[in-house]
Design a protein around this ligand. Structure first.
Ligand SMILES: C[S@@+](CC[C@H](N)C(=O)[O-])C[C@H]1O[C@@H](n2cnc3c(N)ncnc32)[C@H](O)[C@@H]1O
Length: 251
């Protein structure tokens, strides 16, 4: 339902909410059931035309949610105006809700763990990948907030399609831990089970000692000699693809 005072609601909620920046982020968040108390556009007609073209499945919901505001008002609400001139605020899922999803068994798709990631863009790309492959969730260890606005921007609103939470290594969900490391056994000889916990090291130093100690298997992505490693998000993509190509069902 469109709120009667979208600008007031925005100012009241902005600090405690997840910013959905642009049409695609809003579209994904709506599709995957995000709670969205306020959504604004500087051009309702253009936004609904975009919905007709790209997302007819959520057009009705967007029509009900979006409030038109003058262009300068829209610009004043968002840090970096998006070309689609659409933005919304969503409720961040509670830690308890995420923990419940991560702990749910039997697990039908792996959990991805990023061990102390440093790059916000990588984290966003990984969440988008996890959503695409239907992974159970993305867990980060360390100080990076996986709900940081830059991560959410990189994730294109798909944080709501998987469980995204920051945990310590000791709090990782149950399941066999497959840690990805160039020194491991060739992943092509391994079938990754649906309840796998797939762990990836940080961009600079790789896997931490704590994560290595938790690992049941160390597996490597194929690389020719003299190449040291792949990019973190690329490694997650290949690993999830391997899981799906060896029997993992995407749902
Ligand atoms: C950019 S790499 C880290 C490079 C780091 N200098 C190191 O020594 O491991 C980030 C993460 O991607 C994964 N990765 C990259 N290339 C890989 C490969 N060939 N096999 C398995 N995992 C890989 C690992 O989990 C690694 O910790």
């Amino acid at each position: 339902m469109t709120v009667t005072d979208p600008v007031g609601a925005w100012h009241r909620l902005a600090d405690s909410s997840v910013l959905l920046d642009g049409f695609h982020a809003l579209k994904h968040a709506v599709r995957f059931g995000a709670e969205i108390p306020v959504a604004v556009t500087a051009d309702l007609e253009a936004t609904l035309a975009l919905a007709d073209e790209l997302a007819p499945d959520v057009r009705g919901m967007l029509d009900a949610l979006l409030a038109q505001v003058p262009e300068p008002t829209y610009r004043s609400l968002v840090p970096r105006p998006h070309p689609t001139a659409v933005a919304a605020l969503a409720v961040r899922p509670s830690r308890a809700a995420n923990l419940e999803k991560l702990a749910h068994t039997p697990r039908t798709a792996p959990v991805v763990v990023l061990d102390n990631p440093r790059n916000l863009g990588n984290a966003g790309a990984v969440i988008r990948l996890a959503a695409g492959f239907g992974a159970t969730g993305v867990v980060t260890t360390g100080t990076l907030d996986p709900w940081h606005p830059t991560v959410v921007r990189g994730g294109a609103g798909l944080h709501f399609a998987t469980a995204v939470e920051r945990l310590t290594v000791d709090e990782l969900p149950s399941g066999p831990v497959f840690a990805l490391d160039p020194e491991g056994d060739d992943i092509r000889g391994t079938k990754l089970p649906d309840d796998a916990v797939l762990a990836f090291g940080s961009e600079r130093i790789g896997l931490s000692a704590a994560l290595r100690a938790r690992a049941d298997h160390l597996v490597a992505l194929p690389m020719r000699p003299h190449v040291s490693s792949y990019n973190l998000a690329t490694s997650v993509a290949m690993t999830l693809y391997h899981w799906s190509a060896t029997g993992g069902a995407i749902s």
